[in-house]
Structure formats: structure tokens, C-alpha cells
Design a protein around this ligand. Structure first.
Ligand code: HEC
Length: 123
């Protein structure tokens, strides 16, 4: 019985440990495949200072037409919609039901989105 309990506790400990990196990792890790959080452009534009930055204006990046002609500033509301479903958001932001973006849906919402937004405010 005691052995069993120890075994269970051991498993919990191992599971607990193995989830630590995920729990502490910023959801921003997902963005890194395509974005630099500084000025450099990668697959996507550099995201430095994204909060409060006008959409589609990062120097040297080849934006889709929708972002090139964007007339909004990235704020919390826009970014939340964007990291959830960018393909839907671009239609809403532009008011054009045919608008497209080169960035795929990231499906980030809820607590993960909270964390991500908090992080984006710091870069
Ligand atoms: C698979 C690649 C990829 C991933 C992953 C990705 N993005 Fe993007 N992102 C892009 C591309 C490409 C663009 C340019 C879109 C366009 O021109 O239509 C872009 C554009 C953006 C923009 C608009 C920037 C501007 O200057 O107006 C923001 C904001 C953004 N991404 C945030 C994020 C965040 C936050 C994440 C992580 C949750 C993320 N992206 C994940 C490829 C990606």
C-alpha cells in the first residue's frame, strides 16, 4: 500500500516536473518560429514595440496588401483577435470580406492570450 502511494507520488512529481517548462514558457514561443521580438524581419515582421504600432509599417517587410493598406494601430483588442484567428480578424479590421493575410491562425485565447499580451507589452 505504502509502495503504491510512493509510486503514485513519484509519478505526480515526474509529471509535475515535466510540465514545468511548458507552464513557465511564454506562449510567445509559438511566434518565434516566424517573428523576431526585436527589429529583424523573419517570415513575419519584427515585433518590437508592436503594442501601439501602426499595422503594416515595419520597415523592409513585404506585407500582404491587407496589412500594407492597414489603418489601425495594434492595441490589446486587435492583438487578441489576431493571435486567435488572424484570417477572420483581417476581414473584420479591413471591413473587407475578401481580405487575406499571410499569417495563419494561431488559436491562442484565454489565459494564454493574457500571458502573451502581457509579454507583447514589454517588447
Ligand atoms: C508561421 C509563421 C507565423 C507565426 C507562427 C506567427 N506569425 Fe505573425 N505574422 C506572420 C506573417 C507572414 C505576417 C505578415 C502578414 C501579412 O503581411 O499579411 C505576420 C504578421 C503579424 C503581425 C502584424 C505586424 C505588423 O507589423 O502589422 C502581428 C502583430 C503578428 N504577426 C503577431 C504574431 C504573434 C503574437 C504570434 C505568436 C502568437 C505570431 N504572429 C505568429 C507569420 C507568423
Amino acid at each position: 500500500m505504502k509502495k503504491h502511494l510512493l509510486l503514485v507520488l513519484g509519478c505526480v512529481a515526474v509529471l509535475g516536473l515535466s510540465t514545468v517548462p511548458e507552464a513557465t514558457a511564454s506562449p510567445a514561443g509559438k511566434c518565434k518560429a516566424c517573428h523576431n521580438f526585436g527589429d529583424k524581419n523573419k517570415v513575419g515582421p519584427g515585433l518590437k514595440g508592436i503594442m501601439g504600432r501602426k499595422a503594416g509599417t515595419h520597415p523592409g517587410f513585404k506585407y500582404s496588401d491587407s496589412l500594407k493598406n492597414a489603418d489601425w494601430v495594434w492595441d490589446e483588442d486587435h492583438l487578441r483577435k489576431w493571435v486567435h484567428k488572424s484570417k477572420k480578424a483581417i476581414k473584420e479590421f479591413t471591413g473587407d470580406s475578401h481580405a487575406k493575410t499571410k499569417m495563419g491562425n494561431q488559436n491562442i485565447k484565454g489565459k494564454k492570450a493574457d500571458k502573451l499580451i502581457a509579454f507583447l507589452k514589454t517588447i
